[in-house]
Design a protein around this ligand. Structure first.
Ligand SMILES: [Zn+2]
Length: 359
């Protein structure tokens, strides 16, 4: 565990030279592949986990995709540790262009009913575009601005310790970064900010409620007359609630700086998040019958899910992506549970109703 963690830590310092990162990745790969040669730091349980991971057949991986495979393996190892070996792993891993009737798929990876994990080469080949597209969306919505020195700034009303990491990384982001850095940036920092913005825009009431019940926030707002009781906020339109949320941080900037937006108001994304999400699909697959799988996949269920205001409100406690369909909701919540995040009872009861895997 320690060994693998310390290798992952290599990724925390920016290395401009791609070949040195590939070398680092190879070190982690060597450890994962030859546990028998490592006499220290790997217990019998750990070796069982590594053996299970290394038995999975991997198809199509190119040399430049190796760091991604290493991240996937580390995510599986982490998951086995956190579930004491109970979690199911993919039957096979395929690196390929994921197409749906000839149309490119957007996601990083996907899992089919046969528990094959498909890693999408399109996503990785277009990773800079994917990052730029998301940045453009944030900027068009006014959720990221550029200051006079050309530095990106996140919105004041979405500022907390986690979104500040995104702001910092966004200003460091560089097209020369190795693929695993870009991937981590996009799906950890940027993804978290997307989860926050989704909640603030679509269901500001959720964020306001979470702010009001955190620490000294309510008292701080009372002290400057910005406090509104829940019943009053509930009567406002979504637009008015969104405006109120922004006002809290903008009308009295000094007061706003003291108001804390709890990190866990939305799904917290970790470097393992994407693959834990995919492994969530695999573990969910195991618990549902073909009948339920077909029912959840139907157009009717999809529309029911996307048009149900209560369900969408629950999803906004997680992410925009969880609002897409029941499978994505389960996979998103699963990744959070594996990460030790606690969720609102509404999230947990919906997860349970959908037969979300117990972690
Ligand atoms: Zn998914």
């Amino acid at each position: 565990m320690v060994r693998i963690d310390s290798i992952l830590n290599v990724g925390k310092t920016v290395v401009k030279n791609v070949s040195s990162v590939t070398q680092n990745s190879n070190i982690s790969n060597t450890i994962l592949h030859s546990a028998q040669n490592v006499s220290q730091g790997i217990s019998r349980t750990n070796k069982t986990y590594l053996d299970r991971i290394n038995r999975i057949s991997v198809k199509g991986v190119k040399q430049e995709e190796q760091p991604i495979l290493d991240m996937l393996k580390n995510s599986m190892y982490d998951l086995l540790g956190k579930t004491k070996g109970k979690a199911e792993l993919p039957k096979e891993i395929r690196f390929e262009y994921c197409r749906n009737g000839g149309i490119r798929k957007q996601g990083v990876a996907n899992v089919t009913r046969d528990n094959v994990l498909h890693v999408n080469r399109d996503y990785f080949e277009n990773i800079d575009n994917n990052i730029q597209e998301n940045l453009k969306t944030f900027m068009n919505l006014g959720l990221i601005t550029k200051d006079k020195n050309g530095k990106y700034k996140i919105a004041d009303f979405l500022r907390n310790t986690k979104s500040e990491i995104f702001e910092k990384r966004l200003n460091e982001y560089n097209i020369g970064w190795p693929i695993d850095y870009k991937f981590k940036f996009h799906r950890t920092s940027m993804n978290y900010y997307a989860n926050l913005t989704n909640q603030a825009r679509k269901h500001p009431m959720i964020m306001l409620e979470n702010i009001m019940k955190t620490g000294e926030n309510a008292n701080i707002l009372k002290s400057c007359g910005m406090y509104k009781p829940r019943a009053e906020v509930a009567k406002m339109t979504t637009q008015e609630q969104y405006k109120y949320l922004q006002d809290i941080f903008q009308k009295y900037p000094d007061v706003g700086k003291r108001v804390v937006i709890p990190e866990n108001t939305a799904l917290i994304t970790t470097p393992n998040y994407v693959f834990h999400h995919e492994l969530g699909h695999i573990n969910h697959n195991k618990l549902i019958s073909d009948d339920i799988y077909r029912k959840f996949s139907s157009q009717q269920k999809l529309l029911e899910w996307q048009n149900n205001e209560k369900i969408q409100e629950v999803c906004s406690r997680i992410s925009g992506y969880s609002g897409k369909d029941p499978f994505e909701f389960v996979a998103e919540v699963y990744s959070g549970l594996v990460n030790g995040q606690t969720f609102h009872p509404d999230v947990l009861s919906l997860y349970k109703a959908l037969k979300g895997p117990v972690v």
